[in-house]
Design a protein around this ligand. Structure first.
Ligand SMILES: NC(=O)c1ccc[n+]([C@@H]2O[C@H](COP(=O)([O-])OP(=O)(O)OC[C@H]3O[C@@H](n4cnc5c(N)ncnc54)[C@H](O)[C@@H]3O)[C@@H](O)[C@H]2O)c1
Length: 297
């Protein structure tokens, strides 16, 4: 028996893609699986697939941007399985690639609501329940490689993913004394339907710019990204990798080691900027001041 067996995982956006891959991998470890998703048809398909593998599954239709719907997921999960031990904040959307001018208020609102508020609401709902029972628990947030470095023409998406990495670092230290292990998954391209995220966009948030002259440049960029996603890693492997890394108690979970050099370049740029600040005659007074720092261990 492993540490996950008999425990319960809630996966937002778990009906397909990366969320489904993680749910399946955790189910294979013997976990009870609760899938929360906005797409009820896809939920039915996912439930049938997991049940075929002998996994205990509960599906709940929900929108991660709605706090009371999160509470409903928690109530139903507890009613069926007793306790919740793992939350995977996975549901997320990719907005159309666009410059500052092309990304309007509605685009920003939608991406911030799903990718950021969705993670906050899920955490606010489930973490107090984990603290109450006190058993070993896990919070896994799905960010992106975009959380490790800014992506041009994807300001809104990048903002949310950097925030998810930052919140995970905060919560890692905060939740450790409560027996809750925090991890943040940062994949590069994975073969999913993320490029068709608009399928779940509420009608009132659809942008006028989607039908004007900008459309051509949007679709050229979208086509390029579609190609990269089509050649991306399989969500099944991502799910297995999450089990491997969580078992190793890793805070940062990477699935694309080929991006290591690119992230190192960012660290070097930051380190270089610190070195220049150290040399500035304006800042000598703070050099010996004690620092207030977060520490991973
Ligand atoms: N695919 C990639 O290349 C990639 C790379 C890095 C990070 N990610 C992240 O992985 C996560 C999953 O994305 P994916 O690639 O599997 O995409 P996907 O579109 O294949 O799956 C997303 C799932 O979330 C659900 N969903 C969307 N909006 C929702 C809402 N408001 N409430 C509840 N459920 C909702 C969808 O119905 C779908 O089942 C996202 O957070 C995404 O940002 C994806």
């Amino acid at each position: 028996m492993n540490q996950f067996s008999g425990k319960t995982v809630v996966v937002s956006g778990g009906a397909e893609g990366i969320g489904f891959g993680i749910a399946q991998a955790m189910g294979k470890q013997g976990m009870n699986v609760v899938l929360g998703d906005i797409d009820s048809n896809q939920l039915d398909i996912a439930r049938a697939a997991l049940e075929k593998e002998g996994i205990n599954v509960l599906t709940v239709q929900m929108d991660v941007t709605n706090l009371s719907q999160w509470q409903n997921v928690a109530d139903k999960a507890i009613e069926r399985f007793g306790k919740i031990h793992m939350l995977v904040n996975n549901a997320g959307v990719g907005n159309r690639p666009g410059t500052i001018e092309q990304t309007d208020d509605k685009d920003w609102r939608w991406v911030l609501d799903v990718n950021l508020m969705g993670v906050i609401y899920g955490t606010q709902t489930m973490v107090p329940l984990m603290k109450q029972h006190g058993e070993q628990s896990w919070l896994i947030n799905v960010a992106s490689m975009a959380g490790m470095m800014g992506v041009p023409s994807a300001g809104a998406y990048t903002a949310t993913k950097v925030a998810v990495v930052g919140m995970s670092e905060s919560w890692y230290a905060e939740l450790k004394p409560h027996n809750i292990q925090v991890s943040v998954l940062c994949p590069a391209f994975v073969k999913t339907r993320i490029n068709l995220s608009n399928r779940n966009k509420p009608a009132e948030l659809k942008s006028e710019t989607e039908s004007d002259a900008n459309k051509a440049s949007f679709s050229a960029a979208a086509k390029h990204i579609q190609k990269v996603i089509d050649n991306g890693l399989s969500p099944t492997i991502v799910g297995e990798r999450v089990v491997e890394a969580v078992s190793n108690q890793e805070l940062y979970i990477f699935t694309h080691p080929n991006y290591r050099k690119a992230v190192q370049k960012r660290f070097q740029a930051i380190d270089g900027a610190f070195a220049r600040a150290e040399q500035s005659p304006l800042l000598t007074s703070v050099l010996d001041e004690e620092i207030v720092a977060w520490s991973e261990k």
